[in-house]
Design a protein around this ligand. Structure first.
Ligand code: HEM
Length: 449
């Protein structure tokens, strides 16, 4: 083990991320090369592994992400951490995130068709209503007060939006909160279990799913949430929801998805739907629970940007793109090389793990002028926070709509917001997460609306 490799442990040590993301350290590494080899040592919070190529430059991240034939999402999945067993790998390979063409293309097309422009317009209108309700609930008629921005403002927005997409009763959204906590909690024990289920009055489907909630084994250990048995209740819920939507379709995205028969792409099976449900319930949830507070931290640290948005709401779309770049809610994704190749002068071998660092690419000086500066006027802003190529985030438009709605509501209704304690960060080398962000807010006396 070389000194250099020991000094690279911070890149994958989940504990390191509790102190904040290593943006400056990545800039120093970029100075040395666009792609580096990182050994994976066993650490108290990391099982170790065979090592990986870390792709640091914006241009090389794009080269990897757009070439699914050469850099597979399927062979080893898309997470930095290797699946623990062949069964775990086979399990995640059933999700479209971890598929390659043509299987991936087929499922993606079915989903894209289900997000009709009518459905998206309706979702965007509902999102504006949710943003207003969330701020109403927090302020509850008062002119000033304190809250935890993560718990009281950011967490609920994606849950409400997912409930709309799935066409499920709003009270069932707490189930999704619990499922996402369980998955994320595999690195951070604060999230390993939650009492969210207790809040779930729930539908008949929820009550039935609750009977399948995983239980600890004789040693008190819960099943791995990245295995099928660790999420039995989620699968039960998804199964019953699909049956219900096939029998009684509504005008929600899931009803459209399950009712469509595409001549070329066929029909989505209930098993395929169950895996899509898992992906949406986690991908559409955690990312925003972390991305929205990331945007708030940017504004707290840059009061001039907050002021500019209050004066001119037209700056909001650019500000949201810059928040996404500056924070980078998902820090990396993984691919596996399908044959020997070369990238940035490095010899990549068949089967090598190749990890693209969005956090590094989004600060690449070759692509962004003064990348360390948070600049809401930045244009163009080709950040990679939603990925690139065939797996480009399917929820990007809805994620942006949620961020615009919530920050629009906050900047128009609050005269000021200040932090009352430092944020607490998630223990994760994958999601750039915020666990708490205590703030004090003061309402405007005459909001412009
Ligand atoms: C700020 C919020 C979000 C961020 C930063 C984000 C980030 C990403 C990234 C980087 C990928 C690409 C993965 C890869 O290349 O392997 C992705 C894929 C995906 N995202 Fe998002 N996402 C966000 C919100 C959402 C939302 C709200 C939804 C659903 C409503 C969603 C659903 C998905 C799905 C289904 C995929 C898989 C697409 C595919 O495999 O073709 N995401 N997301």
């Amino acid at each position: 083990m070389t000194n250099l490799q020991t000094s690279l442990e911070f890149l994958y040590d989940p504990l390191r991320y509790e102190q904040g993301a290593p943006v400056r350290e990545l800039a120093q590494l970029r100075d040395k090369g666009a792609v580096i080899w990182v050994e994976e040592h066993e650490l108290p919070q990391w099982p170790g592994g065979g090592g990986f190529w870390l792709v640091l430059s914006h241009a090389d991240c794009i080269k990897v992400l757009r070439n699914a034939k050469l850099y597979s999402s399927h062979l080893g999945g898309t997470q930095l951490r290797d699946p623990a067993t062949p069964q775990d790998l086979a399990y995640i390979q059933k999700m479209m995130l971890n598929m390659d063409p043509p299987e991936h293309t087929r499922l993606r097309r079915l989903l894209i068709n289900a997000f009709t422009s009518k459905a998206v317009t309706q979702l965007e209108e509902q999102i504006s209503g949710h943003a207003k309700d969330i701020v109403d609930r927090v302020t509850a008629g008062a002119t000033e007060g304190e809250c935890d921005f993560v718990v009281d403002i950011a967490s609920d927005m994606p849950l409400l939006c997912l409930a709309d997409i799935f066409g499920l009763p709003q009270e069932d959204r707490y189930l999704m909160y619990d499922w996402a906590n369980r998955v994320i909690g595999y690195q951070d024990p604060d999230y390993a279990s939650s009492s969210a289920f207790d809040q779930c009055g729930g539908s008949d489907i929820a009550r039935e799913a609750l009977k399948h909630r995983p239980q600890p084994d004789a040693n008190g250990k819960m099943p791995d949430p990245r295995s099928r048995s660790g999420m039995d209740d989620l699968y039960r819920y998804a199964h019953l929801l699909a049956e219900h939507k096939r029998e009684q379709p509504g005008d929600d995205v899931v009803s459209i998805l399950l009712s469509q028969v595409d001549d070329e792409a066929g029909r989505v099976s209930i098993e395929e739907f169950e895996n899509m449900f898992w992906l949406f319930a986690v991908a559409g949830n955690e990312t925003l629970r972390n991305g929205i507070p990331g945007g708030m931290i940017a504004l707290l640290e840059h009061p001039a940007a907050w002021q500019a948005l209050q004066d001119d709401p037209g700056l909001l779309p650019g500000a949201v793109e810059e928040m996404l770049r500056w924070w980078t809610p998902v820090m990396n994704f993984r691919r596996t090389a399908t044959r020997d190749t070369e990238l940035a002068g490095k010899q990549i071998r068949t089967g090598d793990k190749v990890v693209v660092s969005f956090l590094s690419a989004n600060y690449d000086e070759q692509e962004f002028a003064q990348p360390m500066v948070f600049d809401i006027h930045r244009a163009p802003n080709p950040h990679l926070s939603f990925g690139y190529g065939p797996h480009f985030c399917l929820g990007a438009q809805l994620a942006v709509a949620q961020m615009r709605a919530i920050f629009g509501e906050l900047t128009q209704r609050f005269a000021s917001v200040e932090a009352t304690a430092p944020p607490r960060y998630l223990r994760s080398n994958f999601q750039r997460g915020v666990k708490s962000l205590p703030i004090r807010w003061r309402k405007k006396l005459n909001p412009q609306r």
